[in-house]
Design a protein around this ligand. Structure first.
Ligand code: COA
Length: 328
């Protein structure tokens, strides 16, 4: 059983920060950021909620798919930067788009989130015949969860959203999802605050480095080493299941973290970098929104066409990784 991506949509907040803008508050320069990461500029959400960005991209995806929102049976939102602990962003979007017959939940698999969500959508569609369309929305406002004094981290991330309307089809499809929680401490943001009335002294060591709440911490070098291995492994594990080779793939759409990670992965897979969609230069790392944002841009440019075979490959905090191979 495969899936058909009927329509996609994206949304990027207006404000952008270029590498030069960072010079105003940290000791950095454009040359360092470009050569180490490939990033030049990224969008910043400001006060725009993550759910609002998600709504905007979802509305475009629904319009492009040409469907009635009432026929969406499930909304899955991928995010690690939700505006609320509860409710889910998916429920807010479900209501705002008028998908009154849909179930809704958020999914958290960090930068692998879109891949996880598309695979989850395919499994729901496969097992529930009453389900017609699934809406997958990836929306992220990373700028609210980075320390703008940490020059090794803050320059990497950006905000944005992209969405896809998915239906069941008999096109080729394969997926592979994985997690290595042994690497959880290498990339995390704390979400715990104890009321002083409950306890004043922290007598529980959770084994994670002590870091401020709601600020992304990473061991950049370790994450880099993980990423260059995870990317080819995720693709190979998904492709082997259906006997597809890297040369059969028209476009690779990897998570957009660092151009050097993508170049190394392309080399390890023996694939020309020309076959990789790269948008991180002007998006930065938008976590789970990065793959569908790159996908949308490639569609708008006319690069990706119907009938082509695509490999979506994600990796990120968890540490999670995974790949979905599909026909567009
Ligand atoms: N501007 C200028 N100098 C900077 C800088 C910046 N923005 N950030 C760090 N530096 C400095 C460091 O302080 C260090 O200086 P020192 O040698 O005097 O101590 C030097 O540059 C090298 O830093 P280092 O951390 O070793 O650089 P690196 O080559 O490992 O690159 C990353 C850093 C973060 C770009 C790289 O490790 C990376 O991309 N890792 C993966 C991160 C990622 O993708 N995370 C999300 C995954 S989903």
């Amino acid at each position: 059983m495969g899936i058909n991506i009927m329509g996609m949509g994206s949304y990027l907040p207006e404000q952008q920060l270029t590498n030069d803008d960072f010079k105003k508050f940290i000791d950095t320069n454009d040359e360092w950021i470009r050569t180490r990461t490939g990033i030049y500029s990224r969008h910043m959400a400001g006060w725009e909620p993550a759910w609002y960005m998600g709504l905007k991209s979802a509305q475009k995806a629904i319009e492009n798919a040409g469907i009635d929102p009432n026929e969406i049976g499930l909304v899955i939102t991928s995010t690690i930067t939700s505006d609320f602990l509860t409710p889910s962003i998916a429920s807010i979007i479900q209501h705002e788009i008028g998908a009154y017959n849909a179930a809704a939940f958020d999914l958290g698999a960090a930068c692998s989130g879109f891949v996880y969500a598309v695979d989850t959508a395919s499994r729901f569609l496969d097992t529930d015949n009453s389900l017609k369309y699934v809406l997958v929305v990836a929306t992220e406002a990373l700028s609210r969860f980075v320390d703008f004094k940490d020059r090794g981290t803050c320059i990497l991330f950006g905000d944005g959203s992209a969405a896809a309307v998915i239906e069941k089809s008999d096109k080729i499809f394969s997926s592979f999802l994985a997690s290595d929680g042994g690497g959880a401490k290498k990339l995390f943001a704390r979400n715990v605050q104890i009321a002083p009335e409950v306890k004043t002294e922290n007598n529980f060591d959770d084994g994670f480095p002590e870091k401020p709440m709601h600020q992304l911490y990473q061991d950049g070098k370790e994450v880099y080493k993980f990423a260059v291995k995870a990317l080819p492994k995720a693709f190979n594990s998904a492709s082997e299941k259906i006997g597809i080779k890297s040369e059969d793939i028209d476009w690779f759409i990897p998570h957009q973290a660092n151009v050097r990670i993508i170049e190394t992965a392309a080399k390890n897979l023996g694939v020309s970098i020309e076959k990789f969609i790269v948008t991180l230069d002007h998006h930065g790392n938008t976590s789970s929104a990065s793959i569908p944002l790159a996908f949308c841009e490639a569609l708008e440019k006319g690069l990706i066409k119907r009938g082509q075979k695509l490999a979506l490959i994600g990796f990120g905090a968890g540490l999670t990784y995974g790949s979905v191979i599909l026909e567009y």
